[in-house]
Write a protein that binds this ligand. Structure first.
Ligand SMILES: C[S@@+](CC[C@H](N)C(=O)[O-])C[C@H]1O[C@@H](n2cnc3c(N)ncnc32)[C@H](O)[C@@H]1O
Length: 267
């Protein structure tokens, strides 16, 4: 029924109205198909686990397709900002297939990939450049590492999947050494001028790509939806401050489609 209405709209009201209606319809379908609004934190966590189990085999390919390769530039910028040094202990939290960890890897430092999904980490273990990486099963809300033990922590496109953002930020703060730095790369709120195109791409193209390439349309619908629900740049910076971080900064990337937050634990 919704499809028939959408098809009739161009004749009745013109193209812009049709676009707005299609985006609205997609959001409704996503809400209905994933039903995230009604579930408990435990159920939500289980669903997120299932999402990453489903996407693991095609995750890296899908990242390239969905972002048209731009995620590589964002991650390269993150790695340059970190500037990993000899002797450091570096944790890539929600590290997935180890994309970012691999780029920070080196024989003279300890680089740990921490993620609750063994499927994602197993997909990463099969790729080159993994030598020396430590793979650790764990969640951001309860990182299985000692207090004050980490020099640098990165989390790239992972934080929006955690069920309790406040607990995760508190635990990141706990494991960092005084003076240690957290770098968080995440999708964010794009500039309002590009938002209509961005929404169209996100809600129309990505779930279809997910269906075609990864055979997981619902998983990709979830990923898009989780971006829409995530706090914007300023709100997220305020959450870092509330978790006890001293120096909190952020930098918009590609007109705010993504954002890099940098937060330091006081000495
Ligand atoms: C979109 S992937 C990002 C992977 C990788 N960091 C990257 O940039 O390619 C999100 C990752 O977050 C992980 N994840 C989901 N819930 C999590 C949680 N509560 N704590 C830590 N990681 C979580 C998933 O298993 C998945 O590997």
């Amino acid at each position: 029924m919704l499809n028939q209405i959408a098809d009739a709209l161009p004749t009745l009201f013109g193209r812009q109205m049709t676009l707005a209606f299609r985006i609205k319809r997609s959001m409704t379908e996503i809400d209905n198909s994933f039903g995230f609004r009604q579930v408990s934190p435990t159920e939500r966590r289980d669903r997120i686990r299932r999402v990453f189990r489903a996407v693991a085999p095609r995750y890296d390919l899908m990242n390239d397709l969905m972002s048209m390769g731009i995620h590589r530039q964002w991650k390269a910028l993150l790695v340059r900002a970190v500037g990993a040094r000899p002797g450091q202990v570096i944790v890539d939290l929600a590290g997935g297939t180890g994309d970012v960890a691999r780029a920070m890897n080196g024989a003279d430092r300890t680089v740990i990939v921490c993620d609750p999904s063994t499927e994602m980490m197993n997909a990463g273990r099969r790729r080159p450049g993994k030598e020396g990486l430590v793979w650790l099963a764990g969640e951001a809300e309860a990182i299985p590492l000692a207090d004050n033990s980490v020099d640098t922590l990165t989390i790239s496109f992972g934080i929006r999947n955690v069920t309790r953002l406040d607990l995760a930020l508190a635990d990141i703060h706990r494991v960092l050494k005084p003076g240690g730095i957290a770098y968080c790369l995440e999708f964010s709120r794009p500039h309002r001028l590009i938002r209509p195109f961005y929404d169209l791409f996100s809600f129309q193209v990505i779930p279809r790509l997910g269906a075609l390439v990864a055979q997981a349309p619902e998983a990709y619908a979830y990923l898009v939806e989780s971006i829409r629900r995530f706090p914007d740049q300023e709100e997220f910076a305020a959450m870092f401050r509330a978790a006890g971080f001293a120096d909190v900064r952020y930098r918009d990337l590609s007109f705010g489609i993504a954002c890099l937050h940098i937060a330091t634990k006081a000495r």
